[in-house]
Design a protein around this ligand. Structure first.
Ligand SMILES: Cc1ncc(COP(=O)(O)O)c(C=O)c1O
Length: 408
């Protein structure tokens, strides 16, 4: 099979996933422990009861798609308003990428400026304008062929979790900034960076800069809420998706009242349309699953966090005891094993220190797969309510065996 039609989540040529239940997926008729869970979308695991019941209801109620205003999208909006009361408008689309593209469109519509400030290490999907990384001098590096050359001219990186250097770059460019966009807690190095986020939120507010939080992973996954709510931060636009689709594709652009007012006042007509935007099937299932999560939040999130903490502690105890160059980073139920024992603050440092261990990282992933564990190439480990202690203990045992045998 040509690699060109595969996305980077796939492993070998013929190892296609056929189905999933709970914490497992089936590949070539073999049960595999899934650490990806649809890139973090399935917080209740594969084929949860509420997901299956909702899909059955879709059929029973003759819910179809309409490409027009419908009750089910309105209901999901109402549910979102309960979790994010600070937003006055929720606009639906079909992927996180689409939500990010449209959030940048809004920011541009209300600004006369051009410069996007992106924060190193943040991932915003396949959004062309942001499909860059940075070198250690914060110069842009394209992550794909085929990007418009103007994208790079209008984009500048600041270093994640480095207040001093971020402030220098922001101050130097302040008058040119159209918006700042950040993945507040990053899948590439999940850890608590509240102080940095508070600095950025305050800087944007003080200087009247539109701040966009991309909470596509953390929206609802972080304690049935979000980074901005729990840390009391104040972005004016946010993007959500993943878990809030309940297993179906979802992208959400959330706008604060000040943004809606600016659009109205300046008679700005931002185009958000799309055949399947706010479609009733996705929003029906998304709403049912989200309401279930809200209703059972105490039980769901306490246990999820306990399990995630157990996995992190066990792995780090092992890495430290045997002097391995690895550490497990964690925020909420999002984890990542980083192949260095040095303390790191952001992805730039991570990439530099992991460089010499690239082939070990690759071998590690393949070793896990040989032992019936699917660890996606993006390196993020997501837990679901269905990931049991038995699963976690198996994972720990295999990781320990792998490190001891150099992944052979
Ligand atoms: C933080 C963040 N933003 C945006 C995206 C893009 O979302 P999608 O893959 O649904 O287009 C992702 C996807 O992994 C993400 O993690």
């Amino acid at each position: 099979m040509s690699k060109h039609i595969m996305n980077e989540g796939y492993i070998g040529g013929d190892d296609f996933i056929t189905s999933g239940k709970g914490s497992n997926i089936i590949i070539n008729k073999k049960k595999i422990l899934d650490l990806s869970l649809c890139a973090g979308s399935l917080i209740l695991g594969h084929n949860s009861k509420i997901y299956r019941d909702s899909v059955r209801e879709v059929l029973k109620l003759n819910i179809s798609n309409f490409a027009a205003k419908n009750l089910h999208a309105a209901n999901l909006s109402k549910t979102l308003k309960k979790i994010f009361p600070q937003y006055s408008k929720f606009i639906f689309c079909n992927s996180g990428t689409e939500a990010v593209i449209k959030s940048l469109r809004v920011a541009r519509a209300i600004s006369k400026k051009k410069l996007i400030i992106s924060v190193s290490g943040s991932w915003h999907g396949s959004t062309g304008e942001l499909l860059f990384t940075n070198d250690n001098k914060y110069r842009n590096i394209e992550l794909s062929e085929g990007l418009d050359k103007n994208y790079s001219k209008n984009l500048k990186f600041i270093p994640y979790n480095n207040i001093e250097n971020s402030k220098k770059i922001l101050d130097k460019n302040r008058k040119k900034i159209m918006c700042i966009i950040i993945e507040p807690i990053q899948g590439c190095l999940p850890m608590n960076t509240k102080k940095y986020l508070k600095f950025l939120s305050d800087y944007a507010n003080k200087n009247n800069i539109t701040l966009i939080f991309d909470e596509i992973i953390t929206g609802i996954r972080f304690n049935c809420s979000s980074v901005q709510n729990i840390f009391k931060l104040n972005p004016s636009i946010s993007t959500f998706g993943k878990c809030l689709g309940g297993g179906f594709p979802m992208g959400i652009i959330a706008l604060k009242k000040n943004i809606v007012n600016k659009l109205n006042k300046n008679k700005k007509n931002v185009f958000f349309g799309g055949t399947f935007s706010g479609n009733s099937i996705n929003t029906y299932v998304g709403n049912k699953v989200t309401k279930f999560i809200i209703k059972n939040k105490k039980n769901i999130f306490e246990k999820l966090n306990e399990k995630a903490m157990y996995l992190q502690t066990q792995l780090n105890d092992f890495f430290i005891r045997f002097n391995y160059q690895a550490r497990c980073y964690r925020f909420s139920s999002i984890l990542r094993i980083v192949f260095t024992d040095k303390d790191i603050k952001n992805r730039t440092q991570r990439d530099f220190l992991e460089k010499k261990n690239r082939s070990a990282i690759d071998k590690f992933r393949k070793f896990l797969f040989k032992n019936k564990i699917y660890h996606s190439k993006n390196g993020i480990i997501f837990l679901a309510t269905t990931t049991s202690y038995k699963d976690i203990n198996y994972l720990i045992k295999i990781i320990q065996k792998g490190f001891k045998n150099k992944f052979h």
